[in-house]
Design a protein around this ligand. Structure first.
Ligand SMILES: Cc1cc2nc3c(=O)[nH]c(=O)nc-3n(C[C@H](O)[C@H](O)[C@H](O)COP(=O)(O)OP(=O)(O)OC[C@H]3O[C@@H](n4cnc5c(N)ncnc54)[C@H](O)[C@@H]3O)c2cc1C
Length: 375
């Protein structure tokens, strides 16, 4: 039996909505509030233990059906930017007997699966709503919501992303997100599959792509941009166009031919943050990017958020008391997540130092071996 009866989750994205499923499965009555009415975003890939976490939540099959398998894929390989030939097969993702395949999935489609499963388990989800204020007391957390409702909960989970307001409220001395020196630009290009998936590099930046069954090609690109701060839409477009123009491999030419002034490019700096242990105070716990955000160099940020969710559910089900559950959670999460944050930051630095891809692959392969151990 769970050591708590009720929980509020603030932020209904990857960490929050999956935590709602995990807690509901442990017998907890869960409310979720999420500011956004419609989930946005590009694509995400879950592999290794993060994919097993989806199995444990009971949603892997449906996620897999809406996404694309990673098995046998060359999407992680490095290719020659002129010929398209593979120059390095990329890092080996962890696997073991009984492991499920990794999956790439369109983020809104993933969140749709997760929310439906949460609601099927009785979770109450309110969109366009946040908290106005909360008071963490001995008997529960009293919350006033922006829609005028009030409620008392045994546990308050902040899954409100890298710019978490809750983290700043309960840990005012916590580090602020730091700029990594790199800008990410993503494009979900409509149209048929393009051959020669993988990563391409030039002096302008690096770009990869893979196809999703929704009829979209997911194209993430990374640029070294030393100055921190907002990058204008015009600069995002000119950087992305210059990158495609700098490479003549057949796939790059095909993608360039699909790019026009209506193409929606999502530019976002790679910021990172690691909240020091512990991520809880009283009855409030911070999870997901709110506690540990990083760049996409390992493609594991969302995976770590899903693992947080599963481990939280397990700890709440196994412990006698909430403080015991939260301590168990930190013991199982902190070092693992720290490795992902620090490795991702280092991978970005290697790129900025123009290190050869083999150094990148060696570091990734080493980190994946550890992350392949059970969470
Ligand atoms: C370019 C790029 C590519 C990536 N690729 C991958 C990948 O392939 N695989 C992978 O595993 N990870 C990937 N990641 C990382 C992944 O996107 C994040 O780690 C993940 O989104 C974190 O989930 P989260 O739920 O913690 O935070 P978020 O997804 O940021 O969600 C936070 C939610 O909280 C809501 N919110 C905020 N404030 C409030 C409030 N006050 N009240 C109510 N709601 C609120 C927001 O609307 C949002 O929905 C990538 C990241 C980037 C930038």
């Amino acid at each position: 039996m769970a050591c708590i009866s009720t929980a509020l989750i603030v932020g209904g994205s990857i960490a929050g909505m999956n935590a709602a499923i995990a807690l509901a499965k442990a017998g907890v009555k869960v409310d979720v509030v999420e500011l956004a009415h419609v989930p946005l975003g590009a694509s995400l890939a879950f592999s290794g233990r993060a994919a097993m976490a989806l199995v444990e939540l009971g949603i892997f099959d449906e996620v897999y059906a809406t996404g694309r398998p990673a098995l046998g894929s060359t999407a992680a390989s490095f290719r020659n930017s002129t010929t398209g030939e593979i120059t390095n097969p990329g890092p080996q993702r962890p696997t073991w007997p009984g492991a499920v395949d990794g999956v790439g999935v369109y983020r809104p489609a993933f969140l749709d699966v997760v929310q439906r499963e949460a609601e099927r388990l009785g979770v109450r989800v309110r969109k366009g709503v946040s908290y106005e204020s909360f008071e963490d007391g001995a008997d529960g957390v009293d919350v006033t919501f922006t829609d005028g409702e009030t409620g008392r909960y045994d546990l308050f989970v902040a899954a409100d992303g890298i710019n978490s307001k809750t983290r700043d409220l309960i840990f005012p001395d916590a580090p602020k997100p730091q700029y990594s020196g790199q800008l990410s630009i993503r494009w979900m290009a409509p149209g048929p599959q393009v051959q020669d998936e993988g990563w391409y590099m030039s002096e302008v930046g690096k770009l990869g792509f893979y196809y999703l069954p929704q009829g979209l090609v997911y194209i993430p690109a990374v640029f070294n941009v030393p100055e921190a701060g907002r990058v204008s839409d015009a600069k995002v477009r000119s950087l992305f166009t210059a990158l495609l123009d700098s490479m003549s491999a057949p796939a790059m030419k095909e993608l360039r031919s699909r790019l026009d002034e209506t193409s929606e490019l999502i530019g976002r700096p790679f910021d990172w943050l690691l909240l020091q242990n512990p991520w809880h105070k009283g009855r409030t716990l911070v999870i997901g990017d709110a506690a540990h955000a990083t760049s996409a160099h390992m493609g594991m940020g969302g995976g770590m958020a899903v693992e947080d969710a599963v481990v939280l559910g397990q700890c709440i089900a196994a412990a006698e008391t909430l403080p015991e559950a939260l301590d168990m959670f930190m013991t199982r999460r902190f070092e693992r997540v720290k490795l992902v944050v620090e490795t991702s930051v280092r991978l970005g630095q290697l790129e900025q130092e123009n290190a050869p891809p083999s150094e990148n692959v060696a570091l990734l392969t080493k980190a994946f071996a550890t992350i392949g151990e059970p969470y």
